[in-house]
Design a protein. Structure first.
Length: 316
């Protein structure tokens, strides 16, 4: 019998939570409801894209229309785990919230597993959620480039320090890091910012990092550092990997403009022991071999996902 691994969906805030775990049968209704809302937003984007004049908008709309049209969950009753084992995804995660949820939850799982391994080897390591901002602006390209260039300068100082240089930086306290670029626009211009997880044995000092960030950016000093709980680290990692999901908080027009602006750009980066972790190839969950399960087939209808068929399967 194959051992039941942790489901990426159990990583809390990206996909919800329950006392028994969000991969349990008890949590499935909320999970399906969340996917229904994401699919509904994806179709709102489809309507907007179909009205655009570009070929690319129509291609994305075509792919996104069929994304998540049906979902099949496997409920492994012996271990009370529910896996999303069959589905079709468009992988347009900057315009499709359903794909953003699936991609983000799998990334959370991968980096949390690596974090747990690193903690076993180095118990003194602590995780910190570090947020960098720059001043809002109307020009998204200019603000994003300014943020990215400033982050590169900070990381460059870290590399110089590691090589024996004279740079002084709070970033040198991080032995590993993973970060993402996030974007909002609440009527005061574009607000790109970075959420990062730093693994440190010595705590970074917010006042020092804020002053350093202001020297680098020339216009921004707002930096936030929060210690991530050793017992519940998932919430901190979720902040980093929900970056694509935040695009769905924009208007459809803003969402498409931002998605096209960032097309091909790297919105996720890492250094140290977090390097080399690849994005998920499949957005489906891994099936558990040699276990009996009940297949739950859902179809998306105008009012959300509806259970259409239940089939019991026994191992050969």
């Amino acid at each position: 019998m194959k051992k039941a691994k942790k489901n990426p969906e159990s990583r809390e805030a990206l996909t919800g939570n329950s006392k028994r775990g969000s991969d349990s049968a008890e949590a499935l209704p909320k999970r399906v409801e969340r996917y229904s809302k994401a699919k509904s937003r994806a179709l709102t984007m489809v309507t907007y894209l179909r009205d655009q004049s570009t070929t690319r908008a129509h291609i994305v709309a075509s792919k996104q229309t069929e994304c998540g049209a049906w979902l099949e969950f496997s409920h492994y009753t012996d271990v009370d785990q529910v896996r999303l084992t069959k589905a079709s995804f468009c992988k347009q995660h900057l315009t499709c919230p359903l794909c953003a949820i699936r991609r983000g939850s799998k990334q959370v799982n991968s980096y949390l597993e690596k974090y747990e391994q690193l903690r076993e080897k180095s118990p003194m390591l602590r995780a910190y959620l570090v947020t960098f901002t720059v001043k809002n602006g109307e020009d998204l390209n200019e603000r994003q480039n300014h943020l990215a260039d400033s982050l590169r300068k900070l990381h460059g100082k870290r590399r110089d320090k590691a090589r024996g240089g004279r740079s002084v930086t709070e970033a040198s306290k991080a032995t590993a890091a993973v970060w993402s670029f996030e974007l909002t626009n609440q009527g005061n211009g574009w607000h790109p910012h970075v959420h990062a997880i730093w693994l440190c044995e010595e705590a970074p000092v917010q006042e020092a990092l804020s002053a350093e960030w202001h020297r680098i950016t020339g216009d921004s000093f707002i930096v936030d550092i929060r210690r991530i709980s050793d017992e519940e680290p998932a919430s901190g990692f979720v902040e980093v990997f929900k970056y694509a999901l935040k695009f769905s908080d924009l208007t459809p027009e803003q969402n498409w403009f931002a998605a096209e602006t960032f097309r091909g750009a790297r919105l996720l980066g890492s250094f140290g022991s977090f390097r080399g972790i690849k994005p998920p190839e499949s957005l489906k969950d891994e099936a558990l071999d040699d276990m009996p399960y009940t297949a739950l087939f859902f179809k998306y209808l105008p009012d959300g996902y509806s259970l259409q068929r239940v089939t019991r399967h026994e191992p050969d």
